[in-house]
Design a protein around this ligand. Structure first.
Ligand SMILES: *[C@@H]1O[C@H](CO)[C@@H](O)[C@H](O)[C@H]1NC(C)=O
Ligand SMILES: *[C@@H]1O[C@H](CO)[C@@H](O)[C@H](O)[C@H]1NC(C)=O
Ligand SMILES: *[C@@H]1O[C@H](CO)[C@@H](O)[C@H](O)[C@H]1NC(C)=O
Length: 159
């Protein structure tokens, strides 16, 4: 977690030293470091894609979604929905199957090693025509105003 957020934190801390002066130096240092880190954590936006993903029936689909700037989301809740139904819900790295729509049972996963980089792309296997539609990826606990990403899936016939 520290490693991935380090570079964004440094960007944030850099302008801070110009505000340090006199006796307040130490206090300001701590205050600003803390503030900068807190702000940085909430500032990642969730990004989907304007370009639809197109696959053929029976294929696997990867629906892209990621945080920009990159932010470790391994401990955060991630929700994928379509038309208000849950496609995948992950909390603290565990899938919550109770909430999942039956249609998606056993066919969804995240790329767990990628989550450290804020990549929460969804893998959907054995796609059917019923899977076509508008998907939303959502990270509820981000402080950013942009906590949802959108991506459409279109499904073609067998070729
Ligand atoms: C998805 O498709 C709908 C209906 O065609 C369209 O209104 C919407 O803008 C599309 N969304 C994205 C993220 O491409
Ligand atoms: C997210 O991970 C998937 C699967 O490894 C990969 O295809 C995709 O390019 C990654 N996206 C980003 C933004 O790194
Ligand atoms: C893919 O889905 C079809 C129809 O939903 C099913 O008949 C088939 O067994 C599935 N294939 C795999 C590999 O799960």
């Amino acid at each position: 977690m520290w490693k991935t957020s380090l570079h964004t934190s440094l960007l944030c801390i850099l302008p801070c030293p110009c505000l340090y002066w006199g006796r307040r130096r130490v206090n300001m240092n701590f205050l600003l470091l803390f503030t900068c880190l807190c702000v940085t954590h909430g500032q990642s936006d969730v990004i989907g894609s304007d370009k639809p993903v197109t696959v053929t029936v029976g294929d696997n689909a990867i629906l892209p979604c990621y945080l920009e700037p990159p932010f470790d989301v391994r401990t955060l809740t991630v929700e994928w929905t379509r038309d208000g139904r849950f496609v995948l819900v992950s909390r603290h790295g565990e899938d919550y199957l109770d909430l999942q729509d039956e249609n998606f049972r056993g066919r969804t996963s995240l790329f767990h090693e990628e989550r450290i980089r804020g990549n929460i792309s969804l893998k959907l296997t054995n796609v059917t025509e019923l899977d076509a539609g508008s998907y939303t990826c959502f990270v509820p606990r981000l402080q950013s105003q942009v906590r949802r990403g959108f991506i459409n899936l279109t499904v073609g016939e067998y070729s």
